[in-house]
Write a protein that binds this ligand. Structure first.
Ligand code: SF4
Length: 652
């Protein structure tokens, strides 16, 4: 088992940011042999500075390395200059800790958090010297595993990945380690890899694509069915019930070079019940599981003492919804161990004055900018997407922010949403303009940045049946906004490239046939497609054409209720009835309240698993909105359409 360091070191003088390839971060495992344990290479298929802070990867890295029978190292996608040198000199993909060749590991495990990294997964396998297609791998090759949010539709990568982990990985990585440990101990015979995969297909939360048969009728998918009697017809996601039992990472990695989110990150809860209909993360991570407040404080103190960071981010999908957010913030700021000099950040702010109050408590010094996400420009549109922010909520939050010293507020919006009209789009400009006017009352230089992304419908959400807007339509809407804001000095408009939304749309709701498209894009050089300087839509549309697949069919077509969706055999725990009802309600602009503070309406996320929301403090956040239920009681002049509730356990 050799280290490739003697070959790697001379290359580093010729590439940008060599720190990407050396490891040695504080918190990293020292170099060591891979023998005698099940060896995992955890790969984030994007640049080091994007992948290093990923909490999911760091959590599994520690959990595996605490085991006696496993060793986990890490790798990231080498940037283009490094890849060129590696291919020229015959250096394969390597791990950062020991610089072992990736092909020497038992398991190559990828974290998939965005569809446009799919081609980087193929490139990583190729750089590792591992056949990119699963069917060409033999007994001597590593197992290729993938986890992360994108696995809730695994089909576009089904031809390349041996097995997917659906849902939380904390427990399942141990089960996989034990199965592979036993497999390694047994004689390696022809067919033993297939037998291992058949066995792994019975592990809850594990999806092995080669154990399923796919049938089509022309362009339509007819069925995805198990090949073997022991393989389940539907793979249910894994959910850890108690986040407090998993206080990871305990040894957050501290990089030697600049990375995104370079601060102490503490996950305060998992899951979200606000019910935004476009949000895949909110749907697939239910139910809410909060980390105990005292554990958050302990992790903050220990993490600061160890890392030397002076900034903590309390992460989640909606951090101000943490039931103990105010006392937790106060306890961190006032704790002597935090030296009174720590700056805190809440990455996902709720739109209300209470949240701004919390933000003002934690950003006493650097009031650079605040970000809110109203997502749509009109109340009607926000009812459709179930993002129940009233204009007065937004204006109140913005007023509060500017009056407390902030100079810049950023607003996130989506365009191309179901039922959206030009009037809804122009509502974005109106909201931004009014917010800027509020800001000008406090500072002459106050500004609003309106950031607009093209909506891509995601699997396992109520909008999974919606036909995505075309590039032309998205460009038209961006054009409307550019025109509407061009004379507003206080409003800066930013927009996401609509062409990238189309490529994301191809990959996000594709079936297994899209795998050939991903492969062709990669073979034609299409890596780092998340990066605007590398993104090339022609590669995607050209590959669709070459495979005889219609962009319109895969991306822009509305789906029927009875259509077999490519991810129908993967369960995020949500009843299909619930998702369909939510889609119908969206079309009628009827809203669904946050079940965290109101009775359960049986979406399936808790009832199917015998779980309940785990809330650290059983009182709603003090001093402000306790969620959508209370929000809805205000502003009675605006009609709110609520539908009758379906009680817990009523759906099957
Ligand atoms: S099962 Fe009920 S309580 Fe749990 S997330 Fe769904 S609606 Fe909310």
């Amino acid at each position: 088992m050799t280290s490739l360091w003697p070959q790697i070191e001379p290359v580093l003088a010729h590439v940008a940011k060599p720190a990407r390839y050396i490891g040695c971060e504080d918190g990293a495992l020292p170099p060591g042999p891979l023998t005698g344990r099940v060896s995992w290479l955890l790969i984030y298929p994007d640049a080091y500075e994007v992948g290093l802070p990923n909490q999911g990867l760091q959590i599994l890295y520690e959990i595996l390395n605490e085991r006696d029978d496993a060793r986990a190292e890490r790798a990231y996608s080498p940037w283009g200059d490094m890849e060129t040198e590696m291919r020229r000199r015959g250096i394969p993909l390597f791990s950062l800790e020991s610089h072992h060749p990736a092909g020497d590991f038992d398991i190559l495990a990828f974290n998939l958090s965005a569809e446009l990294v799919y081609t980087n997964l193929l490139n990583s396998l190729d750089l590792a010297g591992v056949p990119v297609r699963a069917e060409r791998r033999g007994e001597e090759h590593p197992l290729v595993v993938a986890g992360g949010h994108c696995t809730f539709n695994p089909e576009p990568l089904a031809d390349f990945v041996d097995l997917f982990v659906i849902g939380d990985g904390e427990e399942v990585v141990g089960e996989l380690t034990e199965a592979v440990r036993d497999w390694k101990a047994a004689p390696r015979t022809a067919g033993s890899r297939t037998n291992l995969l058949r066995h792994l297909s019975t592990v809850p939360g594990v999806y092995v694509p080669s154990c399923y048969r796919v049938e089509y009728d022309g362009p339509r998918l007819v069925a995805v069915t198990p090949r073997y009697p022991e393989t389940p017809a539907r793979v249910e996601k894994r959910t850890i019930a108690d986040l407090g039992a998993w206080p990871y990472p305990k040894q957050q990695l501290v990089p030697l070079t600049e990375v995104v989110h370079d601060r102490l990150n503490i996950e305060i809860f998992r899951g979200c019940t606000r019910g935004c209909r476009f949000c895949q993360a909110g749907m697939i991570t239910r139910p809410v599981r909060e980390r105990p407040q005292e554990q958050v404080l302990e992790m903050a103190k220990a993490g600061l003492a160890r890392t030397g960071y002076d900034e903590i981010s309390l992460t989640s999908l909606s951090s101000a919804d943490y039931s103990g957010i105010a006392p937790t913030v106060t306890s961190i700021i006032e704790d002597p161990a935090c030296h009174g000099q720590v700056s805190l950040s809440l990455p996902s702010l709720r739109v209300d004055a209470f949240t701004v109050g919390v933000a003002s408590q934690i950003q006493k010094v650097r009031r650079t900018g605040l970000t809110f996400a109203p997502e749509a420009g009109t109340w009607r549109m926000r009812q459709v997407i179930n993002k129940l922010i009233r204009e007065e909520d937004l204006y109140g939050a913005v007023e509060s922010a500017f009056s407390q010293g902030w100079r810049r507020v950023k607003l996130y919006f989506l365009t191309g949403l179901p039922t959206e009209t030009d009037e809804d789009t122009l509502g974005i400009a109106e909201l931004a303009r009014t917010c800027a006017a509020i800001g000008k009352q406090h500072h002459r230089g106050a500004s609003i940045t309106a950031s607009v992304g093209g909506f891509v419908p995601k699997p396992q959400t109520p909008f999974q049946w919606f036909g995505q807007s075309t590039v032309e339509m998205l460009a038209h809407r961006v054009g409307l906004l550019r025109q509407a804001t061009k004379t507003d000095k206080g409003v800066q408009l930013r927009w996401h490239d609509p062409r990238a939304s189309l490529a994301e749309g191809i990959a996000s709701r594709g079936d297994r046939r899209i795998g050939a498209v991903v492969e062709e894009v990669w073979r034609k050089g299409g890596t780092f497609q998340e990066w605007s300087e590398h993104f090339d839509l022609d590669l995607w549309t050209g590959a669709m054409e070459a495979q005889g697949l219609s962009v319109d069919w895969y991306v822009h077509r509305h789906r029927d209720r009875d259509e077999v969706l490519p991810w129908a055999h993967i369960s995020a725990g949500l009843h299909e009835d619930f998702l369909w009802q939510e889609w119908q309600d969206a079309l009628a602009a009827a809203v669904t309240e946050d079940c965290r503070w109101t009775p359960c309406y049986d979406c399936g996320a808790c009832t199917g698993y015998g779980l309940e929301h785990v809330v650290a403090s059983n009182v709603p956040p003090a001093g402000g909105s306790q969620g959508t239920g209370q929000d809805l009681s205000r502003g009675a002049e605006v009609p709110v359409h609520l539908r009758p509730r379906i009680p817990a356990g009523a759906r099957q």
